[in-house]
Design a protein around this ligand. Structure first.
Ligand code: DX5
Ligand code: ZN
Length: 215
């Protein structure tokens, strides 16, 4: 069964506590928390102090997606704020292996995200070290964008790489996921679906999460 990780980026920031309670009461598996620095991506979201506050209400694992330069400078702070899992971007990490070891040495799980133009083949050497690969299906920085269809090929190829190596790495897909495309994304081999707008812009977010779980 695949997992669903609602992204709080699309929630009403004036009522984040309500959004967290809604996720707690839903069929969602994880909280997906998007951190943007205005450098790696052309947008700024929120940082560790907000995550620390979210953690006081959130009753499910917090999956932190760092869209920032030099993430190694901050991973210990995000762990201290309550991250259960940290994903860094391949494109932001010239010393990726070191950054992954850094995250794992904090006693939490580690993932690598790749942008739409980054091939899955670039992950061959690091794959055995990873708990999760996040395939971006939009260019990172903003919610509400359209799913890039080339992502399907990347998911299928990565699923085969993981299978051939005998690994159990999660494949998380992030960006433009809707109730309509969620089924084909899971069939292609994804096992974690991130959804922002589809959940929080829906008239009934709990029902939207249930639909994403049941595809
Ligand atoms: C985008 C973020 C996503 C974003 C997805 O850079 O990484 O997690 O919240 O939003 P939707 O689901 O609206 O595309
Ligand atoms: Zn994300």
């Amino acid at each position: 069964m695949h997992l669903v990780a609602p992204s709080l980026l699309a929630a009403d920031f004036l009522h984040l506590e309500d959004a967290c309670r809604l996720v707690n009461e839903s069929k969602a598996d994880w909280f997906h928390l998007d951190v943007m620095d205005g450098r790696f991506v052309p947008n700024i979201s929120y940082g560790m102090s907000i995550i620390e506050q979210i953690r006081t209400v959130a009753q499910k694992p917090c999956d932190v997606h760092l869209m920032i330069e030099e993430p190694g400078r901050y991973v210990a702070d995000f762990k201290a704020a309550g991250a259960d899992h940290i994903t860094v971007h391949w494109e932001a990490c010239p010393h990726l292996h070191r950054n992954i070891q850094q995250i794992k040495s904090l006693g939490i799980t580690a993932g690598v995200a790749i942008n739409p133009a980054t091939p899955v083949d670039f992950l061959t050497s690091i794959l055995p070290e990873l708990d999760l690969v996040l395939i971006m299906s939009v260019n990172p920085g903003f919610g509400g964008q359209t799913f890039i269809s080339h992502t399907f090929q990347k998911i299928r190829k990565l699923r085969k790489m993981i299978h051939d190596l005998g690994l159990h790495t999660h494949i998380e897909v992030d960006g433009g996921i809707s109730v309509e495309n969620a089924g084909p994304i899971v069939q292609a081999g994804a096992d974690v679906l991130v959804a922002g707008s589809t959940v929080f812009h829906a008239p009934d977010p709990v029902a939207a999460i249930a639909k994403l779980k049941s595809v």
